[in-house]
Design a protein around this ligand. Structure first.
Ligand SMILES: [Zn+2]
Length: 417
């Protein structure tokens, strides 16, 4: 029997919209604030206890929340208030194509890594097809692991060092890989049918990961800068990744810093920031040999080793790098009024020698420095920030649209039958 027969369709649509919004609201409340009872969710969100109970029941059925079995206030008289927390059943696969490695990460909604693998390979010397074939083989191993652990894979995120049209998943240009106009989402989708695929710039994803689980947790306005062969950036404004009009925002490495002309950049322009403080440029200035096809990380490790041993050339070079990086960051802070900058890629391990120069430049060049302090943090997630962000991109979709899990389950069971 139905009670709403004859009601206008718009009323039903509005009820669905409201319930979905509340479902997402309750899930995000527990994700942000940690374990919590139904009564406390009701008090803190302003929803009635009855509504919260019904929403929580649905979220438990979807496998997104679970009862911890603990009483929120033990010793209190009356019925125990069961504490709720995020459940780890829903997982996302993160994939990353980097210049000299491929990575995969299987991460659940609680932020726990269920499977992780990194393979070192020089992707600059390979055509895109074989690179994507190898990446998909790594993804399949993660999917097998998800099946073994009886987890529900909600989608695949892919990190690429280049300009990505996020709606279509087309990589327009990845200068350091030599890729142009490559439909990465559909190429991977063809190899992994039935899974939602999203592609995003690696620095944007690393920023997302630092906000989700790393140094910028709880920081609403910050820039993440990523030093490798190229220099990337990801900007968070009001707690959300700032993509710009087409998803191309945050290209921090291509800010012009050498106005006298400067060296030719991989992007075709001259005097870009990455031609002055890219990792290979730093290494050369420090007298560190870069072997052909050598790993970015081994160059960073050598720079750290020499800086720790008080090599004067390395100290002088890093002091200058910190000043240049800080000057460029000050422009970003002046534009966006940021609470923090996060140093990632090679800048993370080198931060003990860069931070002072960055802080000084921010103090001198940020107009509002007298009234607001911009913090300088080192990346907490290191080299795997981007691949973790690729998984986080998909998991954040679950937090904003938890009902989509029901649809995903249905698709999985239909595919299995
Ligand atoms: Zn450039």
């Amino acid at each position: 029997m139905t009670f709403d027969r004859g009601r206008p369709a718009t009323v039903r649509a509005d009820q669905t919209t409201v319930r979905r919004a509340n479902l997402g609201g309750v899930l995000r409340h527990i994700a942000a604030g940690g374990p919590c009872s139904r009564a406390r969710v009701a008090a803190e969100t302003g929803l009635t206890r009855g509504t919260v109970s019904s929403l929580v029941g649905e979220l438990i059925d979807l496998g997104l929340l679970r009862e911890t079995g603990e009483d929120e206030s033990p010793g209190r008289v009356g019925r125990p208030a069961q504490t709720l927390e995020l459940a780890g059943m829903a997982v996302a696969v993160g994939l990353e194509v980097n210049v000299d490695y491929l990575a995969v990460s299987l991460e659940d909604l609680t932020g726990q890594i269920r499977y992780e693998r990194q393979v070192f390979v020089d992707n600059r010397k390979s055509a895109p097809g074989p690179v994507l074939d190898r990446l998909v083989r790594m993804a399949r191993q993660a999917l097998d692991e998800a099946e073994r652990q009886q987890l529900l894979v909600v989608g695949v995120g892919v990190a690429v060092p280049g300009l990505v049209e996020s709606d279509s998943g087309v990589v327009l240009r990845a200068p350091n890989l030599g890729w142009t106009r490559l439909a990465v989402a559909s190429e991977i989708g063809r190899r992994l049918p039935g899974l939602p695929i999203r592609v995003e710039n690696e620095a944007n994803l690393a920023a997302l990961a630092e906000h989700w689980q790393g140094s910028a947790r709880g920081t609403r306005n910050f820039i993440f800068v990523f030093g490798e062969i190229g220099v990337g950036g990801g900007i968070f404004v009001d707690g959300e990744l700032y993509r710009g009009a087409h998803g191309f925002g945050g290209e921090f490495g291509h800010i012009t810093v050498d106005l006298a002309g400067g060296a030719l950049c991989a992007c075709g322009s001259r005097g870009c920031l990455e031609t002055v403080i890219g990792q290979e440029v730093i290494a050369r200035a420090c007298g560190v040999e870069i072997a052909s096809g050598g790993r970015v990380q081994s160059v960073t490790a050598e720079l750290v080793r020499r800086a720790t041993a008080d090599d004067p050339l390395v100290h002088r070079t890093l002091e200058a790098v910190g000043a240049t990086l800080g000057t460029a960051l000050a422009s970003a802070v002046n534009l966006f009024d940021l609470d923090a900058v996060v140093l990632g890629g090679c800048f993370g391990p080198l931060s003990p020698w860069l931070t002072e120069g960055v802080r000084l430049a921010l103090r001198e060049r940020v107009l509002s420095a007298e009234w607001s302090t911009c913090e300088v943090y080192a990346s907490a997630l290191g080299e795997l920030a981007a691949v973790r962000g690729a998984a986080a991109l998909i998991l954040r979709d679950v937090l904003s649209a938890p009902w989509s899990i029901g649809e995903r389950r249905l698709a999985v069971s239909e595919a299995a039958s």
